[in-house]
Design a protein around this ligand. Structure first.
Ligand SMILES: *Cc1c(COP(=O)(O)O)cnc(C)c1O
Length: 342
């Protein structure tokens, strides 16, 4: 089955007369004793519908969490204090802050530098990869990096938020865990905060499930329902956003106010640099179609100057604008960008 079909048909109740087409939102903390469900902190039919869609797409077993960052916390929960953690220098800054706040030896890499990254894998306990990085847009050779990290004996996790399982399936080339902020493209409508991870390893699955039950970072049933509804249209949303992103990236390259465009040739995220921070700030505040807001992956285009956040590293240019391309008509987006830059 093609992944686009899986997004539509997975995670539904059995095809029986009278059965609903969609998994219901089960609002229950407790279930009658003796069955498959006992207590809502361990499992709920609404989680399982979302988990089975993501599990089928990623080629493993999935677990939904309260947020994307909770999937990183659960992965770090597999480590002992003092563990060596390798992660991208320009990855999602929430993940970097989380790792740096823990009892770990942290090594930062540029995943687009394959040899330099592999050097840092020696003695690593966890290699956390993200490609493209958010917001530097560094693209790594993930199959080569995953293979080298496994050979070095590390646990390997890939944050697949930007690509989604429709563009990359890291478990298929050896990653142990793949994670998502489902708040972004999977949900797709900027109306929920949710995370999900998947693994092909049953022992890891049990340990991560135990972590979720023990720490309580469980998703809400409504969020899971909305995320499944979002995934149903992921393929068409991503196709449209990606086609528009390619057009906008090309035109931005030719725009006199734009010094640099970072677009890897796929996906819905386009980062570009304008001459100075003030110009970037004024442009992002004056758009009318594109929403000035953080986050990404929604049907509506959003943009922001990333360095407005103090946590963003100084190696990200002060005038870098991160644009998340939505599904509006591309000519309206371009007219808005031109007017805002002017
Ligand atoms: C947003 C984001 C996260 C964190 O997810 P939340 O759902 O906000 O907790 C992790 N990784 C990437 C790449 C993100 O963009």
């Amino acid at each position: 089955m093609q992944p686009d079909t899986v997004t539509v048909i997975a995670g539904r109740p059995a095809h029986e007369p009278g059965a609903p087409l969609n998994a219901p939102i089960t609002l229950a903390s407790s279930f009658h004793a003796g069955g498959a469900f006992e207590y809502g902190r361990h499992a709920n039919p609404a989680y399982e519908s979302f988990e089975s869609v993501v599990g089928e797409l990623e080629g493993g077993r999935a677990l939904a969490f309260a947020s994307g960052i909770a999937t990183a916390a659960a992965t770090l929960g597999l480590l002992e204090p003092g563990a060596v953690v390798v992660l991208p220098r320009h990855g999602y800054n929430g993940t970097t802050s989380l790792v740096q706040s823990g009892p770990y030896e942290v090594r930062l890499i540029d995943p687009s530098d394959t040899a330099g990254s592999i050097d840092a894998f020696t003695g690593a306990d966890l290699v956390w990869l993200e490609s493209p990085t958010n917001p530097a847009m560094e693209v790594g050779d993930l199959p080569a990096l995953v293979a080298a990290a496994k050979e070095a004996g590390a646990l390997v996790a890939v944050d697949n938020t930007f690509r989604t399982p429709l563009r990359d399936r890291p478990l298929s080339y050896g990653a142990d865990i793949v994670t998502h902020s489902a708040s972004k493209l999977l949900g797709g409508h900027s109306d929920l905060v949710l995370g999900v991870l998947a693994t092909g390893d049953d022992t890891l699955y049990e340990r991560l499930h135990d972590h979720r039950s023990l720490h309580g970072a469980i998703p809400g049933a409504l969020e899971c329902f909305l995320a499944v509804r979002g995934v149903r249209t992921l393929a068409v949303r991503l196709d449209r956003a990606e086609a528009s992103a390619a057009v906008l990236a090309d035109r931005l390259k030719a725009h006199p106010a734009v010094a640099e465009v970072r677009y890897p040739g796929f996906g819905s995220m386009v980062c570009f640099v304008v001459d100075d921070a003030d110009h970037a700030q004024r442009a992002t505040e004056s758009s009318r179609v594109i929403t000035h807001a953080t986050s990404l992956g929604g049907v509506e285009s959003t943009w922001e100057r990333r360095r407005r956040f103090p946590a963003e590293p100084e190696t990200i240019p002060a005038g870098l604008i991160r644009l998340s391309v939505g599904i509006e008509a591309v000519e309206d987006l371009w007219a808005d960008i031109e007017a805002a830059l002017g």
